[in-house]
Design a protein around this ligand. Structure first.
Ligand SMILES: Nc1ncnc2c1ncn2[C@@H]1O[C@H](COP(=O)(O)OP(=O)(O)OP(=O)(O)O)[C@@H](O)[C@H]1O
Ligand SMILES: [Mg+2]
Length: 388
């Protein structure tokens, strides 16, 4: 077909574990000379090597594609959603300080997105190609945290069976995120301060000095000022960590973000769980807008995750929400609304007294000067949900 003239041609199947992937073909351009059996053995040997190479290439490109998909998913997971003035200010500040080698202290209630902001700073910094390593300082007992942070030498303590790098070394060139810094013990605080000041660490059980190159971002949901007053947190470390302070406001102070976040998580989980859920009902959104969200965005993410799983409809209805959020909501929304009718007033009064008395019916009935069965009947009549 190519017009090439030859008197000898030879082909061997490129076979991998019984599957024929390709054919390897060789032409003999030498005048009239013929291939012989030795050549065939050689070509067959070559074909089996080619087969391995092709299989590796195939898996490599598959891995590459998967990697791209995973990166997209992680990016989606790590995007900070929000248009409120409060969150825009946080993002702006984070991006502004990112290029500079300063230590940033992130504070805010649990679930407000401190780790997400820490990642944003890392991703917007010149260190973005290097690792972002997070350490949760509260999850580890005091004696382990040192080895976790600074590493250890084999035999340094019982259980130290090999040499191990600490997080400071792992984060080399990148960013180390010290989470829940307020829960860290006093002696570890002193060691961290020394590393921050000198840039030098020693693995546990070794006196070799290792120079580190990390940018530290710290976070806490505790009030560090209060811990300072109680002498539970070192003042010198506080000032060292607090070169730039970013406070992340709770969700209840940025309610305008609620619909955006809700839709974001809805899309995330309905594609993750392959459910075809399109939106939230008006009542659900209303409830979300009135909820206090003590667990902030993490709480909302979990509520939506559960309701996507539980929902049989294309729209999330009140009935698919976890009990907990339905309870807290209904009474609060109800109490905050103007009640016109006498019955409404009675329901409001009873609910309020029940709440104030820790849902103790006997006590509430006494105050109302009615019997317990009468109170029970009214609770039933008005559909008051007992929270304890
Ligand atoms: N603005 C946001 N947009 C999208 N997802 C968010 C946002 N804020 C927080 N999240 C998500 O909410 C969850 C909690 O956030 P994160 O872990 O950053 O909170 P945290 O402040 O570190 O809480 P904790 O103090 O409990 O550790 C994460 O899954 C995060 O992806
Ligand atoms: Mg966190």
């Amino acid at each position: 077909m190519t017009g090439f003239v030859t008197h000898s041609i030879m082909a061997a199947p490129v076979e991998y574990q019984g599957e024929i992937l390709r054919t390897l073909e060789v032409l003999n351009p030498k005048d009239k000379s013929q291939f012989d059996n030795t050549d065939l053995v050689l070509v067959e040997a070559l074909a089996s090597q080619v087969a391995i190479a092709i299989r590796y290439c195939d898996s490599y490109s598959k891995l590459n594609e998967e990697n791209v998909e995973l990166k997209k998913a992680i990016h989606l997971e790590n995007t900070i959603i929000g248009q409120s003035k409060a969150i825009r200010e946080v993002i702006q500040l984070a991006e502004k300080v990112a290029p500079f080698e300063v230590t940033v202290l992130l504070t805010g209630e649990s679930g407000t997105g401190k780790e997400l902001v820490a990642r944003l700073i890392h991703e917007s910094s010149p260190r973005k190609e290097k690792p972002f390593i997070a350490v949760n300082c509260s999850a580890l007992p005091e004696n382990l945290i040192e080895s976790e942070l600074f590493g250890h030498e084999k035999g340094a303590f019982t259980g130290a069976i090999t040499n191990r790098k600490g997080k400071f070394e792992m984060a080399s060139g990148g960013t180390l995120f010290l989470d829940e810094i307020g829960d860290m013990g006093f002696s570890v605080q002193a060691k961290i301060l020394r590393v921050l000041e000198t840039g030098i660490i020693e693995r546990v059980g070794s006196n070799q000095l290792i120079r580190t190159n990390v940018r530290v971002i710290a976070a806490t949901n505790k009030n560090l000022r209060l811990l300072l007053d109680e002498e539970k947190f070192r003042e010198d470390l506080y000032y060292r960590l607090n070169e730039i302070h970013i406070e992340i406001p709770p969700l209840k102070e940025r309610k305008s973000d609620i619909p955006l976040l809700a839709n974001h998580f809805l899309n995330l989980f309905s594609s993750l769980f392959q459910k075809n859920i399109k939106g939230l009902s008006e009542e659900v959104l209303d409830l979300f807008m009135n909820h206090e969200w003590p667990g902030n965005i993490r709480e909302m993410k979990n509520v939506i995750k559960a309701s996507v799983i539980l929902s049989d409809d294309p729209t999330i209805l009140l009935g698919s929400l976890p009990d907990e959020i339905r309870r807290t909501k209904s009474q609060k929304v109800f109490l905050s609304k103007e009640i016109g009718s006498l019955e409404g007033l009675e329901k409001q009064h009873i609910t309020k007294l029940l709440m104030e008395n820790d849902w103790n019916k006997t006590k509430t009935a006494q105050i109302l000067n009615i019997s317990r069965p009468t109170l029970n009947a009214k609770i039933k009549q008005y559909g008051i949900i007992i929270e304890k």
